[in-house]
Design a binder for this molecule. Structure first.
Ligand SMILES: [Zn+2]
Length: 257
């Protein structure tokens, strides 16, 4: 599943292609959106901003309309110079926005909805989001408050992928951040001090920021490296499903305490 860094990269690329540009056409090829008449509602409007909030992407149009997208496990954004071949088939496109120079395509949904700016402010899924891990100034106080309001018997790794605690973390960065901070993701929240919880945030942000600036890292330390020696202590890295959703956590039992 795309995590916060991937969504922010997409938002930056989409913004560079669309903000302030004349939009030639907007298409919603999926029958599910056939009656929504978005092309009519958005005709003549330019894109003002493209924002990432955790794993959500918000494309803000002139006149107070916002396209909200969440890729879940399957979706992807593509930004292509006109005439370039798309990386997924055209039948998988849910949204196609064309300018003179670019085609911006959302593939495979599954969440794509047009809302007023007012509703996007009060939409429950967006309003419940915890502090964005990639915000310029991370809101540590709110993060700690949400963690302490959570079930304290919950494992730290499970709590960190709950978007109400912190927005933008998925399996990859949960695993990498706990490793970088030297924290065992299986510890119960009640046994994790505030400073330790913040040490995860301080360890994970530089990696995610670098991913946004320079591209996704090729040197992940534990993610999908189960069965191989830990780069820090040579103990064999393990993987196991965690939490109600059985999301896989990768960790080193040797040097993560
Ligand atoms: Zn280790």
């Amino acid at each position: 599943m795309p995590e916060g860094d991937t969504i922010r990269v997409a938002a930056n690329r989409i913004g560079a292609a669309l903000i302030g540009r004349e939009i030639e056409s907007i298409e919603t090829p999926q029958p599910r959106h056939g009656k929504d008449a978005w092309p009519d509602k958005l005709a003549g409007r330019k894109v003002r901003a493209v924002d990432a909030r955790g794993k959500h992407l918000l494309m803000r149009f002139e006149g107070g309309l916002t396209l909200h997208s969440h890729l879940r496990m399957t979706g992807a954004w593509g930004v292509y110079p006109r005439g370039q071949r798309w990386r997924r088939g055209a039948h998988r496109a849910w949204l196609v926005i064309r300018t003179a120079d670019h085609e911006v395509v959302q593939f495979d949904g599954p969440v794509l909805e047009l809302m007023t700016d007012g509703r996007s402010r009060f939409d429950q899924r967006l309003a419940r989001l915890g502090p964005d891990v990639l915000a310029d100034e991370f809101d540590e106080a709110t993060f700690l408050r949400r963690l302490r309001e959570d079930d304290q018997t919950r494992a730290l790794g499970d709590a960190l992928v709950d978007q109400r605690n912190v927005a933008g973390i998925g399996n990859i960065w949960k695993s990498e951040g706990c490793f970088a901070a030297g924290i065992d993701p299986w510890r119960r929240l009640r046994d994790v001090g505030d400073e330790e919880a913040l040490s995860f945030i301080r360890a994970v942000r530089p990696g995610m920021q670098k991913s946004v600036a320079e591209g996704f890292p090729k040197d992940l330390q534990v993610y999908k490296r189960q069965g191989t020696p830990c780069p820090r202590c040579q103990t064999i890295i393990r993987a196991r499903g965690q939490g109600d959703d059985n999301r896989t956590t990768y960790w080193c039992p040797g040097c993560q305490r």
